[in-house]
Design a protein around this ligand. Structure first.
Ligand code: IPD
Ligand code: CA
Ligand code: CA
Length: 274
C-alpha cells in the first residue's frame, strides 16, 4: 500500500468511528444558508483528517469543505508536482443530521491537475471505495466495474439538487422531469460522493448534478473513470473539477444522457430569449 493510501485509510477509519458514534445522537446543527447545514461532526471529522494529512505530508495542500484546510489554490502558480488533497469530511450532512444512513467521507489526492487516488468510505455499511489512477477501482478490496445497461429506458439514474434549489426549483425540476420521463428510475440519495461510487460499482447507471464542488466529486470522478465509466459536463465536453456541471455514467448511456441535458439547456435558453 502506498503511503498516501495508508495515511488516508488510517485517518478515514478514525473518522468512521466518530461518525458511527454520532449519527443517531442529537445534533448540534448550524445553517450556512437557508438549506445548507453543518454539524459539529463535520468540523470534528475535518479537523481530524486535515491534522493527519498535514502531519504526514507537510508540503501538500488540503482543500476541505469546512475551511480548516488551506485556502483556495492559486491556479496560476499551481505546478505539475504540487499535491492537493480534496476532502469532504461528511458528504450527505442533511442525511446525517436526520439519522438517514446515506453519507460518507470523501477524500482524493491530485498531483498537478491529475487525480491520482480516491477513497470514499460509507461508515454505516462499512463500504470502502478506492481508486488509483491507471490501476482500477475496488470496493472493500474487490475490483469493481460499471454496469452494462445500454438503454436509458432501462437505466437507474441519480441526481441531487444544489443549495439554491428553493430559488430555482422550476429550473432544476425541468432537468429532473426529462429523466423521469425517459429513464427506468430516478433516485435522489443525498450524497453525491456515494452516487458516483454507485455508478462506479454498477448499482447506478448514470448521475447528473448541478453546482457540485471539488470536494464533493474529486474522489467519485476518479472512481467512475477507473471503473470504466465516463465523466464530462452536460454537453459531453471535458469535465472541469471547478465547473458547474457533473455528468457521470457507465459510458454506454453517456451520449443519450448528454443529448437529453443539452436539449433541455437549449430549451431553457430559447425560452429565456423569447
Ligand atoms: C451535498 C451532497 C448532496 C448534493 C449537494 C451537496 P454535503 O454535500 O453531496 O447529495 O445534492 O449538492 O452539497 O453538503 O452534504 O457535503
Ligand atoms: Ca458534499
Ligand atoms: Ca460536506
Amino acid at each position: 500500500m502506498n503511503p498516501y493510501e495508508r495515511v488516508a485509510r488510517a485517518a478515514v477509519d478514525e473518522a468512521a468511528v466518530l461518525l458511527r458514534e454520532a449519527w443517531l445522537e442529537a445534533k448540534n446543527v448550524r445553517y450556512k444558508g437557508d438549506v445548507d447545514l453543518v454539524t459539529e461532526t463535520d468540523h470534528r471529522v475535518e479537523a481530524l483528517i486535515v491534522d493527519r494529512l498535514r502531519a504526514a505530508f507537510p508540503d501538500h495542500t488540503v482543500i476541505a469543505e469546512e475551511a480548516q484546510g488551506d485556502g483556495p489554490i492559486d491556479q496560476e502558480s499551481w505546478g505539475e508536482d504540487d499535491f492537493v488533497w480534496y476532502l469532504d469530511p461528511l458528504d450527505g450532512t442533511t442525511n446525517f443530521a436526520h439519522g438517514y444512513p446515506q453519507f460518507a467521507v470523501s477524500l482524493a489526492l491530485a498531483r498537478g491537475r491529475e487525480l491520482q487516488f480516491a477513497l470514499v468510505h460509507d461508515p454505516i455499511r462499512d463500504e470502502r471505495f478506492v481508486a488509483h489512477r491507471g490501476a482500477g477501482a475496488t470496493l472493500n478490496g474487490q475490483p469493481i466495474g460499471v454496469s452494462n445497461v445500454s438503454a436509458l429506458a432501462h437505466g437507474l439514474i441519480a441526481t441531487g439538487f444544489p443549495y439554491d434549489r428553493r430559488q430555482h426549483a422550476d429550473y432544476y425540476l425541468g432537468f429532473f422531469g426529462e429523466f423521469v420521463r425517459t429513464a427506468q428510475g430516478v433516485r435522489r440519495n443525498g450524497s453525491a460522493a456515494l452516487d458516483l461510487c454507485y455508478v462506479a460499482c454498477g448499482r447506478l447507471d448514470g448521475f447528473w448534478e448541478w453546482k457540485l464542488r471539488p470536494w464533493d466529486v474529486a474522489a467519485g470522478v476518479l472512481l467512475v473513470r477507473e471503473a470504466g465509466g465516463r465523466v464530462s459536463d452536460f454537453r459531453d465536453t471535458p469535465f472541469d473539477l471547478h465547473g458547474d456541471q457533473t455528468l457521470a455514467s457507465n459510458g454506454r448511456l453517456h451520449s443519450d444522457m448528454a443529448a437529453l441535458l443539452t436539449a433541455r439547456l437549449e430549451t431553457v435558453s430559447a425560452e429565456a430569449a423569447s
